[in-house]
Design a protein around this ligand. Structure first.
Ligand code: C5P
Length: 236
């Protein structure tokens, strides 16, 4: 069973996808982390971010690995943990160049499909999972929220990571990423055909998870009873 969750930056799709996967007891794939780690590799190598051949070679070398667990995604590049570094503003601001590269997208989409084939079941999230990587997915969701709400969420995460940023800077970055994600020629951010859209501006993560589970249940998917990950509805 392949479940895709697409949506713009800060829509809440990563947390929702992680919690859904944990609840269903299946793996979770954060494809944004793949684009981020290739960006970091290109920056470390001093590659011109407009050099299509060099970017494609960087993605093809695949010197990274992802450990997408139910409560975390750990990312390593050339043996070093770069989990926090790939979420920095420095990487945020440059990922759009990597995401617009047809060669990089071809390689990463192929890796995502191989993973899906090997694992059989997974929740995968990104921008093009339901439209390009897995157009025949069993279930497709599109998660959205207003730019202001998404920037607020990103700001909380960045401040928690010790970044010195203002709301205005984060909102500008969210707007810029929306524009470039939607306008690019390859794998643009779009609502996939047959996707169920969930507007999360006024929803808590627990409510988003409930909506996802309700849709799956309606379609006949058996939802396992709550396992060890109870964080969505934990009370202090
Ligand atoms: O989801 P996240 O914000 O971590 O993604 C980082 C960037 O990677 C996005 O801004 C987008 O440009 C790119 N991306 C993409 N296709 C995906 C996942 C992410 O282009 N499937």
């Amino acid at each position: 069973m392949i479940i895709t969750i697409d949506g713009p930056a800060g829509s809440g799709k990563s947390t929702a996808a992680r919690k859904l996967a944990a609840r269903l007891g299946i793996p979770y794939l954060d494809t944004g982390a793949m684009y981020r780690v290739v960006t970091l590799a290109a920056l470390q190598d001093g590659i011109d971010l407009h050099d299509e051949d060099a970017l494609t070679r960087t993605a093809a070398k695949a010197e990274f690995d992802l450990d997408c667990g139910p409560t975390h995604v750990r990312v390593r590049l050339r043996g070093r943990d770069v989990t926090e570094e790939i979420r920095s503003m420095r990487v945020n601001e440059r990922t759009r160049f990597i995401a617009a590269s047809p060669g990089v997208r071809r390689i990463l989409v192929e890796k995502q499909r191989q993973l899906g084939f090997r694992l059989g079941s997974m929740v995968t999230e990104g921008r093009d999972q339901g439209s390009v990587a897995f157009p025949d997915a069993d279930f497709k969701f599109f998660v959205d929220a207003t730019p202001k709400r998404r920037a607020e969420r990103r700001l909380v995460e960045l401040l928690a990571d010790g970044e010195e940023v203002t709301f205005e800077q984060v909102l500008a970055n969210v707007d810029e990423r929306d524009r470039t994600d939607s306008d690019r020629d390859v794998g643009p951010l779009t609502v996939p055909e047959n996707a169920v859209t969930i507007e999360t501006s006024n929803l808590s993560i627990a409510h988003v998870l409930d909506r996802l589970l309700a849709e799956l249940s309606k379609a006949g998917v058996k939802i396992p009873l709550k396992g060890p990950d109870r964080s969505a509805s934990q009370t202090p």
